[in-house]
Design a protein around this ligand. Structure first.
Ligand SMILES: [Mn+2]
Length: 330
């Protein structure tokens, strides 16, 4: 069994040990890794006797509000005029990701960060950045090793949230041996996995499920069954009682089907805006299809917003997808 990678930055550990007051910040539009790492780090530093302030520029999302300490997170305006020995940023790929908390962070006597975005420019004095780590939660776990702090059940729950969300519930290829070792140690600390997994990974908002039902009713196969389309419009949102945020993830139902290589979800929004989400599996490439129509993204996940006619956009997408399938067959 491979040893956990150690924190390579001894000066970071010393800076933490010296600090009496610490400001912890994670990124805007916080996800499970941001919230989980922030709350776990807060508990670890509190256990070391430090004065801890946890801040987020945006509120903790409702689905993570059950995590221990979520109600102690403060907003950016409440930091004005306060000073801290150490500012530690978590899961922020660049300083702008701190949003309104950046000013208070850079006003700290010493700055540090834990992150796993390969493009991180190293904006802190002490940077612990590893682009190969599956989550910031895993890097925090390394730091806990360096600080000789063991996870209690509450800290373990927060780290489980961080690592399970950033790995797509341990499905993404970033789920390495270290991730599973970390998960194993968290499991042993005794948090309620069944409850946490249900809250974080299984429960969906009712409006989302109703909207999903309407999208699935439009599911159509083309290009010999290797591509799918789904459609939504303003009437679907109204019938489902759904808002824009309830569309998240619906396109995945179109790609996660046997034999399907590419999928898109076309969403006719009010004011004549057409929103399209694309998904592909290797070696197909939806980024090129999206960008040809004015959108962008990654090869396997891309998006598009256009004022174009919905039928013309759909026809262009299906031609481009069918062409890619045809090339691959040739
Ligand atoms: Mn992350």
């Amino acid at each position: 069994m491979r040893q956990t990678e150690k924190i390579r930055n001894n000066r970071l550990v010393q800076a933490i040990q010296r600090a009496a007051s610490v400001l912890l910040v994670a990124h805007i539009a916080p996800d499970g890794d941001a919230v989980g790492s922030l709350l776990a780090c807060g508990r670890v530093f509190s256990s070391l006797g430090k004065q801890v302030t946890m801040a987020l520029a945006d509120p903790v999302p409702e689905k993570y509000s059950f995590l221990p300490g979520a109600d102690a997170v403060v907003d950016a305006p409440s930091l004005s005029g306060r000073r801290f020995d150490l500012g530690l940023a978590l899961d922020c790929g660049d300083a702008g990701r701190m949003g309104g908390c950046a000013d208070a962070y850079f006003a700290c006597d010493v700055t540090a960060q834990l992150d796993h975005h390969a493009t991180n420019p190293g904006f802190a004095v002490h940077n612990e950045v590893d682009g190969r780590a599956s989550s910031t939660g895993c890097i925090l776990w390394r730091l806990m090793g360096a600080l000789h702090v063991e996870a209690d059940a509450e800290t373990a729950l927060c780290i489980y949230c961080a690592i399970s969300t950033d790995t797509g519930n341990f499905c993404f290829p970033s789920t390495d041996e270290e991730t599973l070792l970390c998960a194993s140690e968290m499991r042993a600390a005794g948090f309620d996995l069944g409850m946490a997994a249900r809250r974080i990974h299984l429960i969906r908002e009712t409006a989302h499920v109703r909207l999903l039902g309407r999208a699935l009713a439009t599911l159509r196969f083309f290009a010999g069954g290797s591509c799918t389309s789904m459609r939504l419009n303003a009437a679907d949102y109204a019938a489902a009682g759904a808002g824009n945020e309830h569309c998240d993830g619906i396109v995945n139902y179109g790609i996660n089907l046997p034999g399907v290589k590419m999928a898109y979800l076309l969403d006719e929004r009010p004011e004549g805006i057409v929103k399209v989400s694309f998904r592909a599996v290797r070696p197909y490439d939806v980024a090129s299809i999206a960008s040809a129509l004015g959108g962008g993204g990654h090869r396997l996940a891309a998006g598009l917003r256009t004022a174009g006619d919905a039928e013309a956009v759909a026809a262009a997408i299906e031609r481009a997808m069918a062409a890619q399938i045809g090339e691959a067959m040739a």
